[in-house]
Structures are given as structure tokens and as C-alpha cells.
Design a binder for this molecule. Structure first.
Ligand code: 5AD
Length: 347
């Protein structure tokens, strides 16, 4: 087991069976997890020092045509309150974020059929013109390659699209209305080809997922050589078919984050909101497992509660944009600080 950790820390890639053994070891033996996190933090510090990048998250719509079993925004959830930001509201959130010092905006939303290419192009172009120095990240689900191309030309730089699972049977069981894993991977390949910095990732502990599945996720992430990796625990949402399932494990999530860091030393890895929601110390533990990004919320406060992919989302104080000072203080307690630069992927 320790040999696997050492090999990873020397930059070797392990295969899925080896990664599976390591994850199981880390889940059961706190010393294995500790060593893994130690090397992951060392690797992250070699790349990024003690700085943590911030990304201003603007949740543009809670309408979604998908019906993902785990997600509170699934279209079958009739109890979800839906909202959609206007272009002006998005511009206001960005203005506030820019003044606060954010140099990345993440436009994230459900797959909202009213978000046509024309509409998105006009919003992205306005942002690009007003803020030539920011990075624009999109997280808007599956679209055609042509659409991705137009959004890129309008000024988008990065795209987050979690692959969710590398196991196509599990993929289908979690995403009843989807076009399947291969289609998802085709989207990721298109985005990469178009020159986006691309993020993928998965939840830990969703129903039906085994540790060997997580190992395959990590192997796929390494193989795709993506620039960003989002990993968080599954959290149940009552109004979904998985509402009674247990949340994912903190230890396993931290192990997966640490392995992702060692497999992809340059990657931008957020300490996710889901991790902060699972545990009060989750945000810092993510950073102390090799994560180097946090994504505070810039959405107008009246809509934040409605963007409920899971319940009780950590979204006040430190998570909210106005809590940047609190975030800085929190990071300082472990010797880290906010890095205010744009934080692009460095090859
Ligand atoms: N718990 C944790 N993460 C979730 N996501 C969606 N629903 C949940 C949930 N209940 C994740 C998915 C998705 C991202 C936006 O959030 O991985 O890609």
C-alpha cells in the first residue's frame, strides 16, 4: 500500500486495480490516508505555493431538462422552485464579483432549453468586452460541438462537465434521460479540441458506485489529462429517488482528491461546496488533501436557496462572496491565503 503511495508521489501512474487497492487502504487505514494527503499537499505546494485560487460562481438557471437520479434540480422534482437570471442580473453579479477581486466567473446552470447559443453568446461577449482580463468558465451541461465552438469564440475559456462515472451501466442508471457515457466523453473531447481548459469529475458514494468504480474514474481522469477536476461527496436530496441514501464518505472523498492531485500535479482542483456541506472542516480538509481552488457564490442572494442540487448547501458567510474576508481568515488558520490572480492552467 505504502509502495503505491510512494510510486504516485514520484509521478508514476497507477492502473485502476492498483488505485482501487489504494483507495480501499486509505478508507480503512488512517495512516495510509495521512501519507497520501501528505504527498498530495506537498505536490500542490510545489505547483501553487500556499495560494488558493477563487472563482466567482454565478448560478444562471435552475431549470433543467435532465432527470439525474441524485440531483434536486431534476426535471421530475415538481417541488423545486425554478428561476432563471436575466442577462442584466448576470452582469450585475459579475460587476460585484469584479469589484471584490474575482478574475474568474463561472456561469453554471441546469440544461435550460431557453439558453440558446444566441443568448449565451450575447452574455459572454458582453462579459468579455467589459472584463477583458477575466477567465470565463461555463458549466452548462451537454451541448453540440458547434455550440461549444460559438461560445468559445464569444470569449469563454474553460468548461466544467463532470463525467460523473466511468462505468457506463452505472452512468445509465443514474441518468435515465441522458445520451450515455460515450456521448458525455465525446462532449469532453470536443471541448478539449476546441481549446477550452476542461474540467471533469464525479461524486463519491452515490448509490451503486463501488470503490473500483472510483478507481476507474481516477484512471480515466488521468488518461484524459484534463485541466480541472471536481470531486465531492454525494449528498442526498429528499425530493429525489436517492433521498434516503447515505451521504458519501469524507475519508474516501479526501483520498480521491489526494490521488487526483498526485495523478495530475498541475490540475486546478476545487475544495468543493459539497465537501464543505458534509463537514464543517471539509473546505480546509480538501485543501489539506491537495485541492487549490474554492468557488464562492456570486449569485443574487434571493436565488441562492433555489439552486439546490442537494440540501443545506453551504452557502452563507464564507461561502458567499461577501464572506471573502472570512474565507481568507479561514485559510490563514492553516497557513494558506487567497491567490487573487486569474489562475490559469500552467503546462
Ligand atoms: N450531491 C452531491 N453532488 C451532486 N451533484 C449533483 N447532485 C448532487 C448531490 N445530490 C454534482 C454532480 C454535478 C454537479 C453540478 O454537482 O456531480 O455534476
Amino acid at each position: 500500500m505504502l509502495e503505491f503511495v510512494e510510486r504516485l508521489s514520484r509521478g508514476e501512474k497507477l492502473n485502476a486495480p492498483e488505485l482501487g487497492q489504494l483507495l480501499k487502504g486509505a478508507a480503512h487505514d488512517s495512516n495510509v490516508l495521512k501519507l497520501l494527503r501528505h504527498y498530495a499537499v506537498r505536490t500542490a505546494q510545489e505547483q501553487f505555493g500556499l495560494g488558493v485560487y477563487i472563482r466567482g460562481l454565478i448560478e444562471v438557471s435552475s431549470y433543467c431538462r435532465c432527470d439525474c437520479m441524485y440531483c434536486g434540480l431534476r426535471r421530475s422534482n415538481r417541488t423545486a422552485e425554478r428561476y432563471r437570471l436575466t442577462a442584466d442580473e448576470i452582469m450585475l453579479s459579475a460587476e460585484e464579483g469584479y469589484k471584490l477581486g474575482f478574475r474568474t466567473f463561472v456561469l453554471q446552470g441546469g440544461e435550460d432549453g431557453t439558453h440558446t447559443d444566441e443568448w449565451l453568446v450575447s452574455v459572454i461577449s458582453k462579459l468579455r468586452t467589459l472584463y477583458p482580463d477575466v477567465a470565463i468558465t461555463l458549466s452548462l451541461g451537454e451541448r453540440s460541438e458547434e455550440s461549444y465552438r460559438r461560445l468559445k469564440e464569444a470569449g469563454a475559456n474553460r468548461y466544467l462537465l463532470r463525467h460523473e462515472t466511468a462505468n457506463s451501466e452505472l452512468y445509465n442508471s443514474l441518468h435515465p434521460s441522458s445520451r450515455g457515457l460515450e456521448h458525455r466523453l465525446d462532449c469532453l473531447r470536443s471541448l478539449k479540441k476546441l481549446g477550452y481548459q476542461v474540467g471533469m469529475g464525479m461524486m463519491i458514494g452515490v448509490r451503486g458506485q463501488t470503490i473500483d468504480d472510483i478507481a476507474k474514474d481516477l484512471e480515466l481522469i488521468a488518461k484524459m489529462d484534463c485541466q480541472m477536476v471536481g470531486i465531492g461527496p454525494f449528498l442526498p436530496h429528499k425530493a429525489t429517488p436517492l433521498g434516503e441514501e447515505p451521504a458519501g464518505s469524507l475519508e474516501l472523498t479526501l483520498a480521491a482528491v489526494a490521488i487526483a492531485r498526485l495523478l495530475l500535479p498541475h490540475a486546478l482542483i476545487p475544495s468543493t461546496t459539497a465537501l464543505a456541506t458534509l463537514s464543517p472542516t471539509g473546505r480546509l480538509e480538501g485543501i489539506l488533501s491537495g485541492a487549490n481552488v474554492v468557488m464562492p457564490n456570486l449569485s443574487p442572494s434571493d436565488v441562492r436557496a433555489k439552486y439546490a442540487i442537494y440540501e443545506n448547501k453551504a452557502s452563507w458567510g464564507k461561502e458567499a462572496a461577501e464572506g471573502l474576508e472570512a474565507l481568507e481568515k479561514e485559510l490563514n488558520t492553516i497557513g494558506y491565503h487567497i491567490d487573487w490572480s486569474r489562475g490559469d492552467y500552467i503546462y
